[in-house]
Ligand binder design. Structure first.
Ligand SMILES: [Zn+2]
Length: 376
């Protein structure tokens, strides 16, 4: 039985674990409850840079030797890269944009009605908020979900792919993280209509059928709990369907999400502690929140607590451009002490060999370096 089948048997109660769930199976570092012995690293690799097969082999072998578990690769499946990863003992996952479909020419040309509509009535297809590539499809629409399932199903056909990694699996930010307000010259102390989605015909009809109310006629749509829940559930339904699709091809499924369950619900309508996935990668990019390394630890604790008993692994996403090697080592140590299953680095481009060596030293640290659990 492979690990995935084992976890799924554990989750379904085959092993009599009952409500304790598979989370209790994770082994702690000896003498340090809560700090996982199998704590490991991941790396996001986007469309650049290009590398030769031998360059990938040497990078991946360094990562494998340093205690990394896998890579999340945002490009079409590359058999040479996958082979190099597997030879180094790394998992190879496909990193895919889901609800932001700026790059989906077919959808843009054939289905303009799929794109989300703001409370002001503007479509993200014609009037993308914040930046030109913010063009989002509506998760309430069945044909949209069918299109997304087909994309995941096609990607999952590669036998040498280990997993699918979902990104942009959310609504457009109704509120940007605090550290980004200045960049866009905005004060988002409330939900502004041009950033609030989705008020398309299908969303309005579905919400009215459920509650008897039209979201456009709500007295204060920003404070309406049912309207918030409707949108959290819309995203969760997409996740559940894509998860089922990936797992049908024996692929694991994961997602990049916002910092904590509370922040993710509030900023981008992700109720990620309710998602049926194998692992989650909260993007704890501290400069975007105007925060520091201790905030990363506090966010991990919050996420791990929210996922307790679900068997879903939390891996903290770290923003490499804002961390020199020493700071990165300190961030990884905080993440490990806070009970995460691992961490992931964003991304390959700013990553130096010194960063990787600094991370390796933390992954090799033993019990005496972890005297206390609560993050500073
Ligand atoms: Zn809609």
């Amino acid at each position: 039985m492979n690990r995935r089948a084992f976890l799924s048997a554990a989750a379904s109660g085959t092993f009599g674990l009952g409500v304790l769930g598979p989370a209790v199976l994770a082994r702690s570092l000896p003498g340090v409850p809560g700090v996982r012995e199998d704590f490991a690293g991941w790396l996001w690799i986007g469309g650049r840079p290009e590398k030769s097969a031998s360059e990938w082999r040497s990078l991946f072998s360094l990562l494998g030797d340093s205690g990394f578990r896998g890579v999340l690769v945002g490009r079409a499946f590359d058999p040479e890269m996958a082979d190099a990863a597997h030879r180094a003992g790394l998992e190879y996952h496909r990193w895919m944009w889901i609800l932001n479909r700026a790059g989906d020419t077919w959808a843009r040309e054939n289905h303009p009605e799929w794109f989300t509509v703001s409370r002001n009535g503007d479509s993200t297809l014609d009037t993308p908020p914040y930046v030109d590539y913010y063009r989002w499809v509506c998760p309430s629409r069945a044909p949209v979900r069918e299109h997304l399932r087909r994309l995941i199903s096609e990607a999952s056909r590669e036998p040498d792919l280990d997993g699918i990694h979902l990104d942009y699996i959310r609504y457009c930010d109704v509120i940007l993280p605090r550290g980004l307000w200045d960049r866009y010259d905005l004060v988002q102390d409330r939900e502004l209509p041009e950033f609030d989605f989705c008020y398309c015909e299908v969303c309005r009809e579905q919400f009215e059928a459920q509650t008897g109310r039209d979201p456009l006629a709500l007295e204060d749509p920003t404070a309406d709990e049912e309207w918030a829940r409707f949108r959290w559930d819309s995203v969760t339904r997409v996740v559940a369907e894509l998860s089922e699709t990936a797992r049908a091809s024996d692929k694991s499924i994961s997602a990049a999400v916002f910092a904590t369950p509370a922040e993710a619900r509030r900023l981008v309508r992700q109720a990620w502690d309710e998602w049926p996935v194998d692992r989650l990668f909260p993007m704890l990019y501290h400069p975007a929140y105007g925060e520091d390394v201790p905030w990363i630890g506090r966010s991990v604790v919050e996420g791990v607590e929210a996922l307790r008993g679900t068997g879903v692994e939390l891996n903290a996403g770290l923003y490499v451009p804002a961390l020199n090697p020493e700071e990165l080592a300190s961030a990884v140590r905080v993440v490990r002490r806070s009970g995460a299953a691992g961490f992931s680095l964003f991304d390959l481009n700013p990553l130096t060999e010194e960063h990787i060596r600094a991370v390796r030293s933390v992954l090799r640290e033993t019990t005496d370096r972890f005297p206390a659990l609560s993050p500073s």
